[in-house]
Design a protein around this ligand. Structure first.
Ligand code: HAM
Length: 424
C-alpha cells in the first residue's frame, strides 16, 4: 500500500466523539420511549441472503435494482447482501425462530443500513435506522399506536416542523385492479413517458406516479386513482385510523401520491416529513405489510412498521439546539513522581468504585501540562497528587470551574468530590 492515507468509503461516515455524544443521548431517549410502549429489541445480522431482499422489497424497485451492496461469498459462492433495510430481516428472523407461534410481537431494531445511492446531505450509503415492527396485529388501533408513538418521540426530541403524510394503498385486489387501469392509461400515452417510466410500465406502474419529471406531471395527475378502487374493509380501516388520530389531536395530511419505494406495503402508509432538510425531508416512514409474512414463507399474519433515519433526525435536533445533558467525565487525576503515580492509580480505581467517571492521566509531563489536559477533558474536578501528598496518603481536590483547592485524606476524598459535584 502507498503512503497515501486511507479514506473511508464514500457515503459512509465516521461519527466522531463530539458528535457521538448526541447519538448516545438519542439512543437513550429512543430506548426509553420504545420501552414505554412495550416494544422489545431484536438484533439481526447485517448480511442476509440476497434472495430475501429481492423477494421482500420487490425486484423492480430502486433499492433492489440499483442500490444493494450484493456480492458472492468467495469462500462458498453464496449470494449475500448488506441489508438495505430492516423489515425483511426482522420478518425472516421472526419466522425462522417461530416468534409468532402464540402471541403477536412488538419489536424494534436499530443499526446501520446500506444503500448505494448518490451521497448528499441527509443521504448516505451507510446510514442508520431505528425500525419498529408490530407483527400479528390487524386493526387500525396498531396503525394509530405507531403514529402516536412517533408524535411523542418528536416532542421528546424537541422537534417541531414535522408533518405527517398519510395514504392508503388498499388491499391486493384493489391494487391489481388499479394496476391494470394504470397500465392501460399510460399505454395510451406511451410517447409522453420517459425511459424509466417505459421500463416500469409493465413491471411496476405504481412507481411511475412517484416520478418527479415535470414533463409527466399532467399525465400522472390524470392517471386513475387507487382511491376509486378501494374495497369497503380497507376504507373502513383507513377512516377508523383517521378518527383515532383526530381524537388524539395528531394532525395529518392525506397524500394520495404517497406510494413508498418498497413493494411490500398495503393499506396504511405514512411518512413524517420536514421542510428543513431540503430534498431529503423524510425522517420516518412506514406502513402496513399484511402480505409480507406469507410471501416469505410464513403463515399469513398482518403486520405494520416504520423506520426513521437517525442522521436526519440528528440534524434536526442540532438545528433545534438540542444538546445532550451533562458532561463526559467527573474527575481527572493528575500525578507526578513514582510514589504519587502508584497512589494515583489506586485513587482512580477508588473513584470508579464510588461510581464516578475518572480519567487517570497517562504519559507523564509537568503538572502544568497535565492540568491543561484536565481542563480540556471537561472534568468537574481534578485530583492532584504529588509526592508530598502521596507520602501523607492524601490528595488535593481542585474544582475546575472556580472554588478553592482542598487537601484531604484518601479516605475523605469521595465525600469531598461528591460535595463539589453536587454544587455544579
Ligand atoms: P425507507 O423509507 O426506505 O423505509 O427508509 C426509512 C427512513 O430511512 C427514511 O425515511 C429515511 O429517513 C431513512 N433513509 C433511507 N435511506 C437513507 C439514506 N440513503 N441516507 C439516510 N437516511 C436514509 C424502510 O426502510 C422500511 N423498512 C420502513 C418500514 C419498517 N416499513 C415497515 N416497517
Amino acid at each position: 500500500m502507498s503512503n497515501e492515507t486511507v479514506q473511508a468509503v464514500r457515503g459512509m461516515n465516521d461519527i466522531l466523539p463530539e458528535e457521538a455524544r448526541l447519538w448516545l443521548w438519542f439512543e437513550e431517549v429512543v430506548r426509553d420511549w420504545l420501552a414505554s410502549y412495550g416494544y422489545r429489541n431484536i438484533r439481526m445480522p447485517l448480511v442476509e441472503p440476497t434472495a430475501l431482499f429481492k423477494r421482500a422489497i420487490g425486484e423492480v424497485t430502486d433499492i433492489v435494482e440499483k442500490e444493494m451492496y450484493s456480492f458472492e461469498d468467495s469462500l462458498n459462492g453464496d449470494h449475500l447482501t448488506l441489508r438495505p433495510e430492516g423489515t425483511a430481516s426482522c420478518v425472516r428472523a421472526v419466522l425462522q425462530h417461530n416468534l409468532l407461534y402464540n402471541a403477536p410481537q412488538r419489536l424494534y431494531y436499530s443499526g446501520p443500513m446500506f444503500r448505494h445511492e448518490r451521497p448528499q446531505k441527509g443521504r448516505y450509503r451507510q446510514f442508520h435506522q431505528v425500525g419498529v415492527e408490530s407483527l400479528g396485529f390487524a386493526g387500525p388501533d396498531m396503525d394509530a399506536e405507531q403514529i402516536l408513538m412517533c408524535a411523542r418521540l418528536w416532542k421528546k426530541l424537541g422537534l417541531s416542523d414535522v408533518t405527517l403524510q398519510l395514504n392508503t394503498l388498499g388491499d391486493a385486489d384493489a391494487r391489481h385492479r388499479h394496476r391494470a387501469k394504470l397500465i392501460a392509461h399510460f399505454e395510451q400515452y406511451q410517447d409522453l413517458l420517459d425511459e424509466e417510466a417505459k421500463r416500469r410500465l409493465h413491471s411496476n406502474p405504481l412507481r411511475i406516479l412517484d416520478s418527479k419529471n415535470p414533463a409527466m406531471q399532467e399525465l400522472i395527475e390524470a392517471a386513475p386513482k387507487l382511491m376509486n378502487e378501494l374495497g369497503d374493509d380497507a376504507l373502513a380501516h383507513f377512516s377508523a385510523l383517521q378518527d383515532m388520530l383526530k381524537r388524539h389531536g395528531v394532525a395529518f395530511e392525506i397524500n394520495p401520491r404517497l406510494v413508498r419505494g418498497l413493494d411490500y406495503y398495503n393499506r396504511t402508509v405514512f411518512e413524517w416529513v420536514t421542510t428543513r432538510l431540503g430534498a431529503q425531508g423524510t425522517i420516518c416512514a412506514g406502513g402496513r405489510y399484511d402480505g409480507l409474512i406469507e410471501q416469505i414463507g410464513g403463515k399469513p399474519a398482518p403486520a405494520m412498521g416504520f423506520a426513521m433515519g437517525v442522521e436526519r433526525l440528528l440534524v434536526l435536533m442540532h438545528e433545534a439546539g438540542m444538546k445532550p445533558p451533562g458532561y463526559d467525565v467527573d474527575v481527572y487525576v493528575v500525578h507526578q513522581g513514582e510514589l504519587a503515580s502508584t497512589l494515583a492509580s489506586q485513587v482512580a480505581e477508588r473513584l470508579r468504585d464510588g461510581n464516578l467517571r475518572a480519567i487517570l492521566h497517562c504519559g507523564g509531563g509537568s503538572f502544568k501540562s497535565q492540568m491543561k489536559r484536565a481542563d480540556s477533558s471537561g472534568a468537574l474536578v481534578s485530583v492532584v497528587i504529588g509526592d508530598d501528598e502521596a507520602q501523607a496518603n492524601e490528595v488535593s481536590v481542585k474544582p475546575m470551574r472556580g472554588g478553592n483547592q482542598m487537601r484531604v485524606s484518601v479516605q475523605d476524598m469521595l465525600a469531598t468530590i461528591n460535595t463539589f459535584i453536587k454544587q455544579e
